[in-house]
Design a protein around this ligand. Structure first.
Ligand code: TMP
Length: 202
């Protein structure tokens, strides 16, 4: 497949969306054919996902909603890649493996939810050329999150600690995942992300 598929991931509060926008602008200024997209998406399936986050549903329901949103989104991403575009995606499959494994564990899911979700994911998702994992201490992430107007049910320190462990477990398993320290100011983080990006872009 032509094009390049770059995903950004990390716990809430890591600054991922701001970094994604910053690198998108830089690539655009360089005249690159680049698309910035995100999950949950803005489609009706993505809206259902957002609704489920704001309501109280079993973790399994949410896991399937996130995966359904991704199934449709992946078709769209494939088309962009076929058109030689650089696709920057703010969250992708690693989020479901990390967040929903944490939620399913809390609900006492019988299987190892991490392995179970990774197994399903490996069956249908696109493999990114590069995943930037913005790593941040959950205590620092919570300090940033407290400044926001709205806090979601995922945004508590114990939960984010488990999610971070899952992201780091994935990073140990997958060479495509590069960890970037998200604790410095945004401009420094974006600069480091751009440096890592150059390793996969010509
Ligand atoms: P956002 O803050 O990046 O818009 O994502 C919304 C929330 O959804 C955030 O708390 C992370 C969570 N999430 C999952 O739990 N699983 C997923 O697969 C994705 C894409 C997001």
């Amino acid at each position: 497949m032509a094009g390049k598929f770059i995903t950004l991931d990390g716990i809430d509060g890591c600054g991922k969306s701001s970094v994604a926008e910053s690198i998108f602008r830089t690539l655009e200024e360089q005249g690159r054919d680049v698309v910035l997209t995100r999950e949950p998406t803005d489609s009706w399936i993505g809206e259902a996902v957002k609704r489920s986050i704001s309501e109280d549903h079993p973790a399994l329901t949410e896991a399937f909603l996130f995966m359904a949103d991704r199934a449709t989104h992946s078709v769209e991403i494939s088309e962009w890649l076929k058109g030689d575009k650089i696709v920057i995606c703010d969250r992708y499959a690693d989020s479901t493996i990390s967040y929903q494994a944490a939620s399913l564990s809390l609900e006492g899911f019988d299987e190892d939810p991490f392995e179970w979700l990774k197994g399903i994911s490996d069956l249908y998702v696109l493999s990114p050329d590069l995943t930037i994992l913005l790593d941040l201490d959950p205590g620092v992430a919570m300090e940033r999150i407290q400044l926001r107007e709205k806090i979601t049910k995922f945004e508590n320190q114990d939960f984010l600690t488990k999610v971070r462990e899952n992201f780091l477990r994935l990073a140990e398993m997958e060479d495509r995942i590069k960890i970037v320290d998200a604790s410095p100011p945004l401009s420094a983080v974006a600069e480091e992300v751009e440096r890592v990006l150059r390793t996969v872009l010509d």
